[in-house]
Design a protein around this ligand. Sequence first.
Ligand code: SF4
Length: 396
Amino acid sequence: MIAWVSELLDWYRQNRRALPWRDAPSPYRVWVSEVMLQQTQVTTVTPYFGRFLKRFPTVGDLARADLQDVLKAWEGLGYYSRARNLHRAATVVVRDLAGDIPGDVDALRRLPGIGRYTAAAIASIAFGQPHPVLDGNVARVCARFWCIARDLRGARVAQDVERRLAVAIADSDDPSSFNQAMMELGALVCRPREPACAECPLRSACAALVAGRTGDLPLRRKRPPVPHHRIAVGIVEHEGRVLIARRGEDQMLGGLWEFPGGKRETGERLEQTVRRELREEVNLDVRIVRRLCTIRHAYSHFRITLTAFLCTPAEAPAAARCDRPMAWVSWERLADYPFPKANHKVLQALDRQRRPLAPREAAAPRSAACSHRGTCPGLATGATPTLWTTAAEPTR
Ligand code: SF4
């Protein structure tokens, strides 16, 4: 075996972290963990992984689950297309492959959400096949170990590195451990800043260490400035229920629920934004009661400052219409719905203010006191008790 590969594997066997997906690494557990670990840190993923596997212990359980339940289990982990694709892929595995997750890289790549990297990770870690994985941690180790002063995101450079890794993994007697060792070395020792070269099993062969270039490799690309958007949302409350709408599946954060609202346009005051957005999104004219809170949130490619306004319908609430599912939900049942993190920050801010909103116990409409009673179609048809739960409320 190549000397540095042997030293790497010895180091890994002695130093690897005890992570839940490393216990009994079945294809399903490896698959779920690799999807969760995309763009997400191990410490963030660990509690999610445990809860997810408890909720959906097998690929069959995941395939049979309602997507809303899957998104709820994923809530807060971000990059929700991962959850939607995982769910879709599970249904394909059960429907077309008799529930067997394939070990072949090409078959894996035909499943929704599984790209080159994830396919190589599953095939190597769960099935012991010699396919190298080139994630961010591994790329950093390689750039330093082979002293590559070029951008590893370039296709030709990446192919060259993969060829070198393919030779190394083929020479190892344990492809699963080889890939995990490279990733672990990048996470624990060959860190982005200040690599711990004195503890590194590769130090005797590391070209960047010899050249004194560990500090400036890998080459870093200058990041463009991150756009900032000003957002206004309406918390439209009527008789103890608030209006929420579900985002379209093809949108960012698709399938999650939110308080309706949107981006401020040039020259608009935030109050104008929230009224315009509610008219456009849910066809509802509202009165603004007051400004509730302002939160900040950063996504991967932009950041937002979001202000929430407490509103009441200025017309019969039944006028609210939307081309996507929406629901009037009691405060207590909001927790049943998967929300994006920014909306959770709003709810936390409201909790800190002790939610000084209208009484929650008013489940029955007080029609006699309502200024819209003369024009309310729900009241005229006697349907007021049923109208608030007709939208797509999750059934549990
Ligand atoms: S010797 Fe240092 S720079 Fe080289 S691979 Fe190890 S930690 Fe990274």
